[in-house]
Ligand binder design. Structure first.
Ligand SMILES: *Cc1c(COP(=O)(O)O)cnc(C)c1O
Length: 393
């Protein structure tokens, strides 16, 4: 089993079997290696491992067998060369910036990315002489005109949050490469089950494992997947020094999360599609944002780029903020929380939570209306989710 080439297998099989290097104990399930360091057979072996002349574990800030198993499995699933796990999704994004950027560099970032990602570029990398321009995710011309000679990478999430807009990864990868930059895609919403950015030309894929990869809202974690060269040259040296390592326990939880990811994603998508179609028929609803709907502006692109339409639905209520809060408070079963990707359905009011720190003008420019509600559709019976929403519709 230790020498099977998992590239010859499908994602569903990789998700269950890849990455496990069975030990001399013949265990069937991957063990948690709760050890901070590793012993060497001799002083010479210690020296060879420290210089990298001999492979092997040294210290769990650098490598750990349980974390390695998670990294290997996710790399196969994303069709990437190497994966490194991090303590959180934000730690993964931080590592990419710290590894790749230097003073004087420039970044072009989608306006529709996770709020803390905006803050990372705007408030922190800016302190070290890195400038960032934010552009509209689906405006190809805006991406091109924002690129400068010192642009190091383009950064995006697709679908975006909370308006579920879809960017054309292939076109943006070509654009990035034409200008000698990298394309970085945060693939958290789709996971490799629905979308493989490397097949469309992306250079780096980022994950918050906290969301669908865990799938049951238990652990915080993240990952960076890229070529051997990018990982070895830019990301691993930073992880080893910066230290935002994933714990072996969390890696073990995420490994079992990956085992059911494919069937969970299909079920999330089926429930979300059904709910989106139903919401479109509700008189109190002004607009539904879901790429599976004919009414979605990038419906055709979503069909080509993704294998299904995802588990997140957002919609605008005719009554604005008052109606949105009333709907959220009238639900009994749905969880009022900003987390997503959980088997439990969650409901959020973006304008006053995830996007509440933006000024009303910036929020309006981003298209986030006061009546907007976001639902991360879980795996409860979809009729029960509808029943709960009807209490406030
Ligand atoms: C949650 C999230 C992150 C940050 O991940 P953490 O694990 O919470 O640090 C980054 N990107 C996206 C798209 C997210 O949803």
């Amino acid at each position: 089993m230790n020498d099977i080439n998992w590239n010859d297998y499908s994602l569903e099989t990789q998700a269950i079997r890849a990455g496990h290097k069975r030990t001399h104990e013949d265990e069937h399930s991957i063990p948690i290696f709760a050890t901070s360091s590793y012993v060497f057979k001799s002083a010479e072996e210690a020296a060879l491992r420290f210089t990298g002349q001999k492979p092997g574990n040294i210290y769990s800030r650098f490598t750990n067998p349980t974390v390695n198993a998670f990294q290997e499995r996710l790399a196969f699933m994303e069709k990437g060369e190497r994966c490194l796990a991090f303590a959180s999704g934000m730690a993964a994004i931080m590592a990419v910036g710290m590894g790749l950027l230097k003073a004087g560099d420039h970044v072009v970032c989608s306006r529709g990315v996770f709020g803390n990602t905006v803050l990372m570029f705007q408030n922190y990398f800016s302190k070290f002489g890195v400038t960032t321009d934010f552009v509209d995710l689906i405006d190809g011309a805006a991406w091109e005109s924002a690129i400068k000679p010192n642009t190091r990478f383009l950064f995006l999430e697709t679908p975006s949050n909370p308006l579920i807009e879809i960017a054309n990864i292939e076109l943006l990868a070509k654009l990035a490469h034409k200008h000698n930059c990298l394309l970085i895609v945060d693939n958290c919403f789709c996971t490799p089950v629905l979308q493989k950015p490397f097949e469309s030309g992306a250079d780096i894929v980022i994950h918050s494992a906290t969301k669908y990869i865990d799938g049951q809202g238990r652990c915080v974690g993240g990952a960076v997947i890229a070529s051997e060269e990018i990982i070895e040259k830019y990301i691993y040296p930073y992880l080893r020094t910066g230290g935002a390592t994933m714990s072996p326990f969390n890696a073990w939880v995420f490994l079992s999360g990956l085992e059911t990811l494919s069937i969970r994603m299909k079920a999330h998508c089926d429930n979300a599609f059904e709910l989106a179609k139903w919401l479109e028929q509700q008189p109190a609803v002004a607009k539904v944002h879901y790429p599976g709907l004919q009414s979605h502006a990038q419906h055709e692109l979503a069909k080509r780029q993704q294998s299904h339409f995802g588990g997140i639905v957002s919609f605008e209520l005719k009554g604005g903020k008052e109606q949105a809060w009333k709907l959220i408070d009238a639900t009994e079963m749905l969880s009022i929380t900003a987390n997503l990707g959980d088997v439990k359905t969650t409901i959020t009011h973006p304008a006053t939570t995830t996007h509440g720190r933006l000024t009303p003008e910036v929020r309006a420019a981003a298209g986030i209306k006061d009546g907007l509600v976001r639902i991360s559709v879980g795996l409860e019976q979809v009729d029960d989710i509808k029943k709960d929403l009807l209490k406030g519709l």
